[in-house]
Design a protein around this ligand. Structure first.
Ligand code: KIV
Length: 280
């Protein structure tokens, strides 16, 4: 498969080809996704919830993100790796935004960064793009605004909020974002946005009219059970497979079945006899 980059994302939209993305946070999973032919891997700040056990994404730091972005970029050969900018790494100033985006590219070796917001982060996006760093926008249900939204709620259902989200998308395009994640918005609103902007939209809980889709892999594989959003389709119950394997292992160790000879190292009997004779 050809290597994915920001240009292949943009041309996919123009060629009417759907873009596929998943989140990943470590080397092995990134490798599996890459080998499966995924177009893009987002090292999302959902890391905070699905890997680190926080109740939301707000506690995730730049160091947390870099640690995981580095692992994913080692595993992904063909997928475009997008590194998420955590809370407070870009809201504070344009300078912080460029500096931290630069770390994601320079230290994490990601191919692009993602940040949340539209109109409110226009200057940041413009400056990051000016620094030659591709930016993926993210609007709608932006999890870093959970305290403002009063929970993880679908956004853009009323007229003024819908218009604000359309404006956010237009401003991101104008600032130079190469694609935009649409999260947790009605599918008809996602359709309008997808038809309005020239850059690809990547949906999560935003319906089928987006140019691409992204899911958090723990959600689609049944590995995260704290809550299951309505938009998540199950593509397998890896949680059950893993739980059974753990139980089988525990039982076999307790019963002395594992490890048997097949899983043990051998040595010459004459050497062990010598050791015993010499009382070592
Ligand atoms: O952090 C994340 O995983 C995300 C996706 C849900 C788009 O932002």
């Amino acid at each position: 498969m050809a290597k994915n980059n920001v240009s292949t994302f943009v041309s996919a939209k123009h060629n009417n080809e759907k873009i596929t993305m998943l989140t990943a946070y470590d080397y092995s999973m990134a490798k599996l996704m890459d080998e499966s032919g995924i177009n893009g891997i987002l090292v999302g700040d959902s890391l905070g919830m699905v890997c680190l056990g926080y109740k939301d994404t707000l506690s995730v730091t730049m160091e947390d993100m870099l640690h995981h972005i580095k692992a994913v970029t080692r595993g992904a050969k063909d997928a475009l790796v997008v590194g998420d900018m955590p809370f407070m790494s870009y809201q504070t100033s344009v300078y912080d935004a460029v500096k931290n985006a630069g770390r994601i590219i320079q230290e994490g070796l990601a191919g692009a960064v993602k940040l949340e917001g539209g109109v409110s982060v226009y200057e940041q996006v413009k400056a990051i793009v000016k620094a030659q760093i591709p930016v993926m926008g993210h609007i709608g249900l932006t999890p870093q605004s959970v305290n403002v939204f009063g929970g993880f709620k679908v956004q853009g259902k009323d007229e003024s909020k819908a218009k604000n989200i359309i404006e956010d998308a237009k401003r991101l395009e104008e600032a130079g974002a190469f694609s935009i994640v649409l999260e947790g918005i009605p599918y008809k609103l996602a359709k309008i946005i997808t038809e309005t902007v020239s850059v690809p939209t990547i949906g999560i809980g935003a319906g089928k009219y987006c140019d691409g889709q992204i899911l958090v892999y723990q959600d689609m594989l049944g590995l995260f059970s704290d809550f299951k959003p309505k938009f998540v389709k199950s593509y397998g119950n890896a949680g059950e497979v893993i739980r059974k394997a753990f139980k089988d292992y525990i039982a076999e160790v307790k019963e002395g079945i594992f490890p048997d000879e097949e899983y043990s190292f051998k040595m010459d009997d004459s050497i062990i006899d010598k050791c015993i004779k010499e009382g070592v």
